[in-house]
Write a protein that binds this ligand. Structure first.
Ligand SMILES: [Fe+2]
Length: 249
């Protein structure tokens, strides 16, 4: 399976392409439209519900942060994405190339914000739930051991990479080249998504809005807390089978 995801270049069409055939396995489904090209904008993107209650990730992430992060921040990316898509359709219908070009960054930033946050909510789970146990990720655990030796060594490397990120961005465990690939730790700036064919196994939002109200400048404690609420069962699905259509058509 070789999924490709990202933000298309020429006319700013948001695209996710999967080059293999079903079956796919993933719990991630976005509620939105798939824009095949700039002339086909139809539906709008909507905020996907959280897979748990706003206070379910406490004490690691407070209810207040989750409410603001989901209802305000993620919603704003979606609103701006919808506006950019609408403007893109209008510009495309009038062959307005300068406007189409000017919309690229808005599409990339807000489309990436929608993708990244949708992945993030689903790769977290309340502490102590079954999917929170790494035993629910046997294939991934073996791959981590093969790459880093021990789980502790991996956590140390992952956390260090997150804490080295300058400015706003995301930290990811990725499977290179598609499902069941070599694992790697990468960061992306701002709201850039992980580009295909690499598969984002799980990601951590390192924007201040994700932690500052609770952790202030103590980023290390936030990162350590996230480690305790990883949804390993979801990570296993992404690693073993790739992502189903990330932007559900
Ligand atoms: Fe965020």
């Amino acid at each position: 399976m070789s999924p490709k995801m990202g933000i298309q270049g020429d006319l700013g069409g948001l695209f996710i392409v999967y080059t293999s055939t079903p079956p796919f396995h993933s719990s991630l489904h976005l509620t939105h439209a798939y824009i095949h090209n700039s002339s086909m904008a139809s539906q709008t993107h909507t905020l996907p519900p959280l897979p748990y209650a706003y206070d379910a990730l406490e004490p690691v992430i407070s209810k207040q942060i989750m409410e603001l992060h989901h209802q305000k921040h993620h919603q704003t990316y979606i609103n701006n994405l919808n506006a950019a898509i609408s403007a893109q359709a209008s510009a495309a219908s009038s062959n307005n190339a300068p406007t189409l070009i000017a919309l690229q960054q808005k599409l990339r930033f807000n489309g990436g914000g929608h993708i990244n946050h949708s992945l993030f909510w689903n790769n977290l789970t309340p502490p102590g739930t079954p999917g929170n146990n790494i035993d629910s990720a046997p294939t991934l655990r073996k791959a981590i051991a093969s790459r880093w030796g021990t789980q502790d060594t991996f956590v140390e490397a992952f956390n260090a990479e997150l804490l080295n990120l300058q400015g706003s961005g995301w930290g990811w465990l990725v499977s290179k080249g598609g499902a069941k690939g070599q694992l790697d730790i990468v960061t992306t700036k701002d709201q850039d998504p992980v580009n295909g064919p690499n598969v984002p196994v799980f990601g951590v939002d390192m924007w201040e809005h994700a932690y500052y109200l609770q952790y202030l400048n103590n980023k290390a404690d936030y990162v350590e807390g996230i480690r305790r609420i990883i949804h390993w069962a979801e990570a296993e699905k992404r690693y073993a089978s790739g992502l189903e259509s990330l932007l559900k058509l």
